[in-house]
Design a protein around this ligand. Structure first.
Ligand code: ADP
Ligand code: ASP
Ligand code: MG
Length: 406
């Protein structure tokens, strides 16, 4: 007997037939004698609609009320799945984040899980009851409902698996596993049998939304056995594993992209200590995450330019904040562009092989794609390009690095 956490994403619970299909997958684990906790997302499209309701009624809304609204999508699916299971003769009940509870910090809209009280769940699981748990939500220090950021049900599932000391966490989704790149953008993408935690972490943070970044970090930290697989067939999925366990060592294991990027350039900044700290301090205080940064050398020895990228959703807020601080920061001009995308290549083999960056830049140059910002980490190279070229860039890199046939 094992203890298993199964997570089903939005497309897997998109309508009642699919919820019945999920119930069948749960039933199989129960029939095998396992203790099962199931984490579900809202029906596909439901969270987007709730987000737009909140935005439309007040573009600058109270983040606590935003969470109250967007957390409701999962309340519907846990109830429906619990009923579907009960109709199959399986003892099951639904749990909302606050009922368990999932305790989080107070950062509404992207709260972090701090603790999960598992005493009640533990007892129920041992007695054979299936726990159907709402993903994406928790309760903050002041008793208000919080949400974990888009795609957060993955993190709910991994956190629950860690807290319950589950033997496995299975993330069921609408593709057969983790691919070399998004199979919807690049039909030549190939499913990976395994991917290392580190590579998966970089892929996720570079935009591969198949797993939320925080879920991978959490699985890595708590040693959760993590698997990504399809809820629509029985094909074996992708295991996320430690580096020592990998069999293949390719040049590049994956390519990720994100279209939700924007770029800001501040020019004519005084070239003196403390300027970068002042700019990025302001943004950090407003919980705006900055990703790539370049500062150009001062040609005249006095003034400099800084360009950085950030999430498109934060662009207006960031520009507004910086404009308001123009007097203190002393820049001459600010310009921004919301039509950029980030394309990244990822692979642990980069640590030991030279020339990968050169190859990447040459391929993109050959296609006439201009690189606006470049950043590198030990196992990742990212470039910011014009958004219209995303597909061309991903497909060309995928082919040039031989990912479809490796
Ligand atoms: P869920 O609703 O199940 O959480 P998501 O839409 O959040 O599903 O994530 C699955 C999607 O991630 C896939 O449909 C696919 O388009 C996208 N995706 C992006 N990069 C990859 C990748 N490297 N491998 C697999 N899927 C990817
Ligand atoms: N329903 C939430 C979202 O759409 C959480 C999730 O699906 O993981 O972002
Ligand atoms: Mg998801």
């Amino acid at each position: 007997m094992a203890r298993i956490v199964q997570k089903f994403g939005g497309t897997s619970v998109a309508d009642l037939d699919r919820i019945r299909n999920v119930a069948e997958k749960v039933k199989k684990e129960v029939a095998a004698g396992n203790e099962v906790a199931v984490v579900v997302s809202a029906m596909a499209g439901a969270t987007n609609q709730l987000v737009s309701f909140a935005r439309d009624i007040g573009p600058l809304h109270d983040a606590r009320e935003y969470d109250t609204i967007v957390a409701t999508g999962e309340q519907v699916t846990v109830g429906l799945l619990a009923i579907a299971l009960q109709n199959m003769g399986i003892d099951a009940r639904s749990w909302l984040g606050w009922q368990i509870p999932f305790r989080t910090d107070e950062v509404h809209g992207s709260a972090r899980i701090e603790a999960i009280e598992t005493e009640q769940l533990d007892k129920r699981l041992k007695s054979g009851q299936v726990a159907v748990v709402a993903g994406f939500q928790g309760i903050g220090p002041d008793g208000r409902i919080t949400t974990l950021g888009r795609g957060g049900s993955d993190t709910s599932a991994v956190a629950l698996a860690a807290a319950l000391q589950a033997d496995r966490c299975d993330i069921y989704t609408d593709v057969d596993g983790v691919y070399t790149t998004d199979p919807r953008l690049c039909p030549a993408a190939r499913k990976l049998d395994q991917i290392t935690f580190e590579e998966m972490l970089e892929m996720a943070s570079a935009g591969a939304k198949v797993l939320q970044t925080r879920s991978v970090a959490m699985a890595m930290r708590h040693n959760v056995k993590l698997q990504v697989l399809s809820s629509f067939n029985e094909t074996p999925g992708t295991m996320v594993v430690d580096e020592e366990m990998t069999m293949e060592q390719q040049k590049i294991s994956g390519i990720a992209y994100s279209r939700d990027e924007a770029k800001v350039t501040l020019s004519g900044l005084p070239d003196k200590p403390g300027i970068a700290a002042a700019i990025f301090g302001q943004l950090a205080d407003a919980h705006i995450n900055v990703d790539m940064i370049v500062q150009s050398a001062a040609a005249d020895g006095q003034s400099t330019d800084i360009t950085f990228s950030l999430g498109e959703a934060d662009l207006d807020k960031a520009v507004g904040l910086l404009e308001a601080a123009r007097g203190d920061l002393g820049f001459a001009e600010i310009s921004s562009n919301g039509k950029v995308a980030k394309v990244s290549i990822i692979g642990t083999a980069m640590r030991t092989q030279a020339g990968i960056a050169k190859t990447m830049f040459a391929i993109l140059a050959e296609k006439g794609i201009n690189l606006q910002v470049i950043s590198t980490s030990e196992i990742k190279i990212s470039v910011l390009i014009e958004a219209d070229y995303t597909e061309l860039a991903v497909r060309s890199l995928h082919e040039a690095f031989g990912l479809e046939s490796a």
